[in-house]
Design a protein around this ligand. Sequence first.
Ligand SMILES: Cc1cc2nc3c(=O)[nH]c(=O)nc-3n(C[C@H](O)[C@H](O)[C@H](O)COP(=O)(O)OP(=O)(O)OC[C@H]3O[C@@H](n4cnc5c(N)ncnc54)[C@H](O)[C@@H]3O)c2cc1C
Length: 411
Amino acid sequence: MANKVAIVGGGAAGLMAAYHAAINGAEVTLFERNNNLGRKILISGKGRCNLTNIKDLHEFIQNIPGNGKFLYSALSRFSNKDLIAFFNKLGVKTKVERGGRVFPESDRAQDVVRALENALLKAGVKIRYGVRVREIIAEAGAVKGLIFYDSDEFFPCERVVVATGGMSYPSTGSTGDGYSIARKLGHTIVEPRPSLVPLITKEEWVKDLQGLTLKNVEVTAYCQGKKLDSNFGEMLFTHYGVSGPIILTISRSVVEHIGKGVILSINLKPALDREKLKERLKRDFEKYSRKHIKNALDDLLPKRLIPIFINLCGLDPEKPVNQLTREERNEIIQKLTDLRVTIIGCMEDEAIVTRGGICVKEIDARTMESKIIKGLYFAGEVIDVDGLTGGYNLQAAFSTGYLAGISAALS
Ligand SMILES: Cc1cc2nc3c(=O)[nH]c(=O)nc-3n(C[C@H](O)[C@H](O)[C@H](O)COP(=O)(O)OP(=O)(O)OC[C@H]3O[C@@H](n4cnc5c(N)ncnc54)[C@H](O)[C@@H]3O)c2cc1C
């Protein structure tokens, strides 16, 4: 007799689990609280869906700082290459962009969701929309069925894949339900925290720079003088603070320290050491010696930053360059290498991913089955696994979904 498998959640992990359970002979019902599937996939990669990354397994795992090693089996069984082949077979052609990022050739996340939805229907998966699972019922350490919010129904089954996602972008349906479901069954939940999240700053001047991107800068995060993390690349000023690739990456190390005195130090000229920067400034000031300082920094800084920068250095913008004192020049060099902002919060609901979740020690990495309850499987962001930007999180969801689906069908 076919295994009866329930899948809770129709995101990347749940869809992959449902499909692979069904093609491996299980009778599969997928429960999704929304009235459509894959809402988070639709907004991923700014609507283009960065499906995965072509890096080899070793490098791939290095880009998953949150328990990447736990994924070794899942990524070996269903790798980035397997994922690309899988989507190609479903008719979604892919392309590789900067940094090994893989996108659908069409640049449309919608194509990914549609392909998965069609595949599920062809494989015979029953999809129940607008149904929110409340609890998994277990007896004598084994799954017996599901119960729901706003209904007296009991759905009997002996295998369930929990793929309810994390807590970021709750408007997509991921509100952390999987944590309470798993906790009731005896699982440990590692405190969920936002990760890859824009940061809120105290300084008012930041807001005046809204929309300005700084390229090739180095940002270092400190808490009470202790270095937390550092990253090189591109950042963005926003109406609440800072965002952009390097800020999102650094946020992973910063969030838990917010409220304890976190500052970000921005090095605007990381390619130049202090001596070289001094020489560079000397050359620029010789070139602009008859100009006011407000007109002498064009070669060094983006135009919008200049008046704010001069103000932060405590300089009179009308002061002629050839009248700057040594202290004033030193202050310019200091601010060019160490422009500081104070972090007072993060844009929690805009986190790309949730750090924390179901403790990996309580899940069998070879099957995704719970070590506590027989017939209970986990997949995707609900697990305490989180990667950096670049396609790592979706691949983690797809690979764990694949493994959970197959294991639930064949166990
Ligand atoms: C703005 C944004 C952009 C991103 N871009 C990328 C990217 O380009 N590349 C990348 O790799 N990663 C990206 N990510 C991260 C990636 O999208 C997620 O890590 C991944 O989608 C998680 O998949 P999941 O299936 O585990 O969870 P989710 O996609 O969150 O799916 C969970 C599903 O479960 C449903 N659900 C929840 N509770 C219940 C319940 N009680 N009953 C029934 N259904 C329930 C939800 O409605 C939801 O549909 C992005 C994330 C965001 C927010």
